[in-house]
Design a protein around this ligand. Structure first.
Ligand code: UT7
Length: 324
């Protein structure tokens, strides 16, 4: 196939308020030392009262469009990856579309929790490759602070709020792994593991929003195995080895999980983009937030091979290999 999705630009937004581990020490029985040692997290951003997922998404989207040099009117597909929508329905993507002043095209949400950005990227990429759309906005946006049980120290210290976005454009006549664009995406789901990571509420079950529940150790073990296998799958599908990777942009759940994937790929730690220390786990927003940071500070350069990977509730997991 010679039609490819090229990433033209990216943008990110995090809420103003920063919550440090020391702030958390005042709320639950925890310590900065425990959080840093077990997760690598030092601080996270928390949305202000009245600041919704769609607000974060719009700010990230506007920055991505400006970076890409694309006007909102050119966008014919918006996919928002989120597990924390403004409302049960309509999709947060519809709100984002309206706030961006767009009145035509397609807009919907994708729900794959922490793997959401990779699932959304794959969805938009497939719409582009099928010739159905030309310009897509893919956004990962979350306000996980709203679904945390702030009395549960095993989960509330881990997550944060934020949004990141990329602009994709269809380009014709591109082939080969050395040319720009999304080379491939790889998605997986195994619904048997529902109880290891879920929210204990919902419109159809409890008619409440519910709180996040996680069996951290079990999730950790699955994450390490699934991520190692999906990054291998992505490299193999393109006839590449890990030596070709310039940057690993992983989902930012836990530094220990990220280090493990980096080690398996024999990547120098300086080639791994790490933002978990100042963002915490922002679920679907974590990859585009990390990607933007490394693009805007000049680490990721045109022509670099970027490997993204994520694992989340469902279980869902996936990877995307992109020539920047
Ligand atoms: O993004 C979606 C995917 N999510 C993930 O990938 C998360 C995967 N899991 C993890 O990152 C880790 O399992 C955690 C960071 C959640 C937990 O780290 P762990 O090394 O697996 O710790 P643990 O759950 O085995 O708990 C160890 C101890 C326990 O005490 P005991 O039973 O040994 O006395 C916990 O009660 O640490 C205790 N503990 C805490 N202590 C201080 C748990 N949470 C805290 C806390 N502060 N916040």
């Amino acid at each position: 196939m010679t039609r490819r999705s090229v990433i033209l630009g990216c943008g990110a937004y995090v809420p103003e308020r920063v919550m440090t581990n020391h702030d958390l020490e005042k709320i639950v029985d925890t310590t900065d030392e425990w959080i840093v040692e077990r997760t690598g997290i030092r601080s996270r951003h928390i949305a202000a009262e009245g600041e919704f997922t769609s607000d974060l998404a719009v700010k990230a989207a506007e920055r991505a469009l400006a970076h890409a040099g694309v006007s909102a009117q050119e966008v014919d597909l918006i996919v928002v990856a989120t597990a924390t929508p403004d409302n049960t329905f309509p999709a947060t993507a519809s709100k984002v579309q309206a706030k961006l002043g767009i009145t035509s095209g397609i807009a919907f949400d994708v729900q794959a929790v922490c793997s959401g950005f990779v699932f959304a990227l794959a969805t938009a990429d497939n719409f582009i490759k099928a010739g159905q759309v030309k310009t897509a906005l893919v956004i990962g946006a979350e306000t996980f602070s709203r679904i945390l049980d702030w009395t549960d120290r095993t989960t509330c210290v881990l997550f944060g709020d934020g949004a990141g976005a990329v602009v994709l454009r269809a380009e014709e006549g591109i082939a080969g792994t050395d040319r720009r664009g999304i080379l491939s995406t790889h998605l997986h789901t195994d619904g048997r593991h529902h109880d290891m990571l879920y929210v204990d509420g919902g419109p159809s079950s409890t008619q409440t929003v519910g709180h996040l529940r996680m069996r951290g150790q079990e999730v950790f073990k699955h994450a390490v195995v699934n991520l190692a296998s999906v990054v291998e799958e992505a490299l193999e599908a393109n006839g590449l080895t890990s030596a070709a990777i310039d940057w690993l942009v992983p989902h930012q759940a836990n530094k220990r999980i990220i280090d493990s994937t980096g080690r398996k790929l024999k990547l120098d730690p300086s080639r791994v983009v790490l933002t978990v220390d100042h963002h915490g786990n922002t679920s679907a927003a974590s990859i585009p937030l990390a990607l933007c940071e490394a693009v805007h500070d000049g680490r990721i350069q045109r022509g670099n091979l970027v490997l993204m990977e994520a694992m989340g509730g469902g279980f869902t997991w996936g990877a995307a290999l992109v020539r920047w």
